[in-house]
Design a binder for this molecule. Structure first.
Ligand code: S3P
Length: 176
């Protein structure tokens, strides 16, 4: 399957499955995939948790903004799926730049997300009281995610392949 679409950006909170679903979706659409967290880690030469400790969150956000801008610039010439770090769309410059992309908000319940992040790599913002921190973060961010979204997919009951298939179907419907 291929598509006319140039950039597809997945946004949502930690534990929504942006990276896993994004990778599957890119495979399905036969286009490239970039995870902005991975781009930040590669640029900084250290894991995200260490960037937070050594350089602070503000420095992380600067690196993140740059990683998203670079990815969006690349996506101008090559169709691409981007998975953004959960906090990336909160940056006003990033939010404005996302206008050029088709944005899909992966919505997820706290129960499912917290179970997933517990099994995954450490997230500095969720290190203390993960459940409460996730809920607070999602309450603040939901309006931003919803405001930027061209489509919202609730992923609680979907496998990554099902979620990727659902998004691909939405895109091909939109093209008709
Ligand atoms: C963050 C989410 C993380 C990562 C960093 C900050 C956030 O990415 O960018 O730990 O602010 O929500 P995921 O959304 O992939 O967990």
């Amino acid at each position: 399957m291929n598509t006319q679409l140039s950039t597809l950006a997945l946004i949502g909170p930690p534990g929504a499955g942006k990276t896993t679903i994004g990778r599957r979706l890119a495979g399905l659409l036969e286009i490239d995939f970039i995870d902005t967290d991975e781009a930040v880690v590669a640029a900084a030469g250290q894991p995200i948790a260490e960037i937070f400790v050594d350089q602070g969150e503000d420095a992380f956000r600067v690196l993140e903004r740059r990683a998203v801008a670079d990815a969006l610039a690349r996506a101008r010439s090559t169709p691409m799926v981007l998975a953004l770090g959960g906090g990336a769309p909160l940056d006003p410059i990033t939010a404005a730049e996302l206008e050029s992309a088709t944005v899909v908000f992966l919505d997820v319940s706290d129960a499912v997300a917290i179970r997933r992040v517990g099994l995954d790599s450490p997230r500095p913002l969720l290190a203390a009281s993960p459940r409460r921190a996730w809920r607070e973060l999602m309450a603040k961010r939901r309006p931003v995610y919803e405001g930027l979204a061209d489509a919202i997919v609730q992923v609680d009951d979907l496998t990554p392949d099902d979620a990727a298939g659902r998004i691909a179907a939405l895109l091909t419907e939109g093209e008709r």
